[in-house]
Design a protein around this ligand. Structure first.
Ligand code: PEP
Ligand code: MG
Length: 325
């Protein structure tokens, strides 16, 4: 099996009917970076910056953050890296930070909410990112954004840091794209607006499914109760890719749904063309998509979603489709 994937590494990620798919990997530490080379991925679609904070004994200084981001971009050798700003709070607690007791941490004061309310940490991180990205093409994305207004407020903070660095004479990134994680379902009802405002969308299916179905992703009793291959979930996911393509806004799936063979197949059928996944998934996913007829799947999936049987999941039908080719 491993040998087989090794051979696939040099082959393009193109479906049997000629649809090109972008495959990137998720990362969070410098040790993950050799995986780009090992998988021939086209970049890092999700760099989880909180990892550095979680493994540290103290709050990483702006200089330490900047050093990591610069080293990561250096290691990527010109391939794109999408840095996600700190996604802490909730279950991701930092040992050296004051802990806030919350009844429902997943629904609590976390990620961009902390960034907007107490922007000191977010601003320091943005400075570190912008400095590390001097002269490069930078991509930054914001986690747990629930409304377009939150995105705009965060963008104002980014612009302020850019202006400050310029005033201090720091070289800016060559280009800066500011994107948003789509992982809170309220954004699904502001899709046209967020797709117009953000430079790109990245779907966090782990949290999106958790919140869509109100099923704690950490609670084994309910985590697998609802299938992302159900009618409701697939329609939700289709609405995002449709809004993105109508506005010409690039969209990537970075949650763990991309990375599983049948799930990724279904996402391609919905119209997704870009994924970021764990390095180990690249081989199996590439093997799947190279044998896939995306056009035929699209027709089948459109039909399944237009005239759905009342079933908990379309997985059996999709698995049956997968064995047809
Ligand atoms: C997600 O929610 O799907 C995601 C990619 O982010 P995380 O797993 O870090 O919450
Ligand atoms: Mg998430």
């Amino acid at each position: 099996k491993q040998k087989q994937y090794e051979k696939l590494k040099e082959m393009p990620a193109v479906t049997r009917d000629g649809v090109e798919i972008t495959l990137q990997i998720n990362a969070g530490l410098l040790v993950d970076m050799p995986n780009i080379e090992a998988t021939a991925a086209s970049g890092i679609g999700l760099f989880r910056t909180e990892l550095q904070f979680m493994v540290a004994q103290h709050m990483p200084t702006t200089g330490e953050q900047q050093a990591l981001y610069a080293a990561v971009m250096e290691a990527a050798q010109g391939k794109p890296v999408t840095f996600r700003t700190l996604d802490i709070g909730g279950d991701k607690v930092l040992p050296y930070m004051e802990r806030v007791e919350e009844e429902n941490p997943a629904l609590g004061w976390r990620a961009i909410r902390i960034g907007l309310d107490k922007p000191r940490l977010l601003r320091a991180q943005l400075r570190a990112l912008l400095r590390a990205g001097a002269g490069r093409d930078m991509k930054i994305m914001l986690p747990m954004v629930a409304t377009v207004d939150e995105f705009q407020r965060a963008r104002t903070i980014v612009a302020r840091e850019q202006a400050m660095l310029a005033k201090q004479g720091h070289a800016p990134p060559r280009t800066l794209q500011l994107g948003v994680m789509v992982e809170v379902p309220s954004l699904l009802f502001e899709l046209a607006e967020i797709a117009r405002e953000a430079d790109f969308l990245s779907i966090g299916t782990n949290d999106l499914m958790q919140f869509l179905f109100a099923a704690d992703r950490e609670n084994k009793r309910v985590a697998d109760r609802f299938d992302p291959l159900s009618v409701a979930a697939l329609r939700a996911l289709r609405s995002i890719v449709e809004a993105a393509s109508e506005t010409g806004c690039p969209v990537t799936v970075c949650g763990e749904m991309g990375g599983k063979a049948i799930e990724t197949m279904a996402l391609i059928g919905l119209g997704y063309r870009s994924f970021s996944m764990s390095a180990a998934s690249i081989g199996p996913v590439k093997a799947m998509l190279r044998s896939l007829d995306a056009g035929k799947l699209r027709e089948r999936l459109d039909w399944m979603l237009a005239t759905p049987e009342v079933v908990a999941s379309l997985r059996p039908q999709l698995s049956a489709f997968a064995t047809e080719f």
